[in-house]
Design a protein around this ligand. Structure first.
Ligand code: ATP
Ligand code: MG
Length: 454
């Protein structure tokens, strides 16, 4: 294939050794093989690809024959994962996709001997390039030019491509966010025309793209989701937020725009920067949904999130506004929060608070920032001193109270939480003798106080 002169403007693609060896082994056996898709795109942009996918003329059987360790990850779609030097590489046989059933999975997959056919089925021009050391870059649809111009453009006719698989409509927005690109005109028109079809796409696939968008650093592309009618289908909460208003102390009046400012601020919070992907996911969804306290659980369940994410985001959203209500007894307020969400989640709470405060007007923000820093330091002290913030840290346990004559169940549970409440107020009371005495007194009085310190 001819090398185009423009190509030199891009970083040279350097295949990882393992990929180069896999391609070589396939070629030696008489098959064509290329790195393809996201890894080629990212290499040309000078970004480190997350993973390297390989496309080949070899059938899955032949791929399995040529490599000693393989996993049938998606054998019906022609994908075999080759385990090579401690890492996995997806090797997929050239294929054509039939019509997409329910807009979910291609109804039929046909293998083809032609690389061109395999590239034609891919969603966008920038994702439809292949590379090998022998053949150089294969760019049949102007992917390099679109990379240069910063444009997301469908391979082929956008209406047809989105009709085949509506998820591509959301993927277009996701790539715009990740790459800071814009959508080509005809592609944009088709997105608007067919956004309603996203209804037919599985929530898991939608969630994956939405999460990538939120983690991209350009959450303002959520606005493009609204303009194209995507969010009306997959995240109506966002459209509602755009109608909402914020109070005096905020820099911006619109609730959705304030949320975007908070997300931008979140990306700069050191805790976020150091966090793992799963933790970042919890943080971004907490900020995104912080206004939907009543139905955050329902939204997350609708999106079929895992239980840990649902639990964490729900708890964090419920405490999101609490930094404004930390009263005079700050240490108590922090211990109380920790008892509700768990000590491990407190840094998450401080991170989203920091993001939220960054959206205040400067005069309000500086005061709030300094009290936040103070609260963070204070909470570290609380942890260091080992002050009790959960039943596990209480100096007495259920067994102790049963020995005093408490009945298991409601009475026992009530007494334990009353004692916890006492030590949340006064950590020095977390002593076995003190608490046993208190528990005895409750028993004698025949009543367990609900708020023992009031
Ligand atoms: P990322 O860096 O997020 O993984 P990616 O481009 O690798 O981006 P994937 O979802 O991993 O995206 O898909 C790999 C490749 O498969 C894409 O580059 C594209 O060529 C093709 N592809 C993925 N999903 C679709 C789709 N829904 N329709 C058509 N082609 C697709
Ligand atoms: Mg990928």
């Amino acid at each position: 294939m001819e090398r185009t002169p423009e190509k030199t403007e891009y970083r040279k693609i350097v295949l990882p050794e393992a990929v180069s060896e896999i391609l070589q082994r396939l070629a030696d056996a008489g098959f064509e093989a290329y790195a393809v898709g996201g890894c080629v795109r990212d290499s040309l942009l000078g970004k480190e690809p997350e993973d390297w996918d390989i496309t080949t003329s070899a059938s899955p059987e032949n791929v399995k024959r040529l490599f000693s360790r393989t996993v049938d990850t998606g054998i019906e779609h022609g994908t075999v994962t080759v385990l090579y030097r401690q890492k996995g590489y997806e090797v997929t046989t050239y294929r054509l996709d039939g019509a997409y059933e329910d807009h979910r999975h291609p109804k039929s997959v046909t293998f083809t001997g032609e690389l061109a056919e395999d590239l034609r089925r891919r969603d966008f021009t920038i994702n439809a390039m292949a590379y090998s050391e022998r053949e150089g870059l294969i760019d049949l649809f102007g992917g390099q030019e679109d990379l240069r111009q910063g444009v997301i453009r469908c391979v082929g006719k956008p209406m047809e491509r989105f009709f085949e698989d509506a998820l591509r409509i959301l993927r277009a927005v996701r790539f715009c966010a990740q790459l800071d690109f814009s959508v080509e005109e005809e592609t944009l028109c088709a997105m608007k025309a067919l956004a309603g079809d996203l209804r037919l796409v599985s929530v898991e696939r939608v969630r994956t793209e939405l999460t990538k968008l939120l983690l991209s650093g350009r959450p303002d592309r959520l606005l493009l989701m609204q303009e194209t009618g995507i969010s009306a289908i997959v995240l109506p909460e966002w459209d509602r937020l755009l109608q909402g208003r914020r109070g005096e102390k905020y820099r911006c009046e619109n609730a959705a725009h304030q949320t975007l400012q908070a997300l931008f601020a979140l990306y700069d919070v050191p805790f976020y920067k150091a966090a793992e992907k799963k933790e970042r996911q919890i943080l971004v969804y907490t900020v995104l949904l912080h206004d939907c306290a009543e139905h955050v659980g329902a939204v997350l369940r609708r999106m079929k999130f895992d239980n840990e994410t649902i639990g964490a985001v729900t708890k964090l959203v419920c405490c999101y506004e609490k930094h404004t209500t930390i009263g005079k007894d700050e240490a108590y307020a922090l211990r109380l929060l920790a008892s509700r969400i768990g000590t491990a989640w407190m840094p998450f709470l401080f991170a989203v608070w920091r993001a939220e405060i960054a959206t205040y007007k400067p005069e309000e923000a500086s005061l709030a920032f300094s009290s936040l820093s103070w609260h963070e330091a204070l909470f570290l002290e609380i942890v260091k001193r080992g002050e009790c913030v959960c039943l596990k840290q209480l100096a007495v346990n259920g067994k102790d109270l049963l020995a005093l004559g408490y009945a298991p169940g409601k009475q026992l549970g009530g007494a334990l939480s009353a004692l916890l409440s006492v030590v949340l107020h006064k950590p020095e009371k977390n002593r076995r003798d003190t608490l046993l005495l208190l528990a005895e007194r409750y028993l004698e009085a025949g009543e367990i106080p609900e708020n023992p310190m009031e």
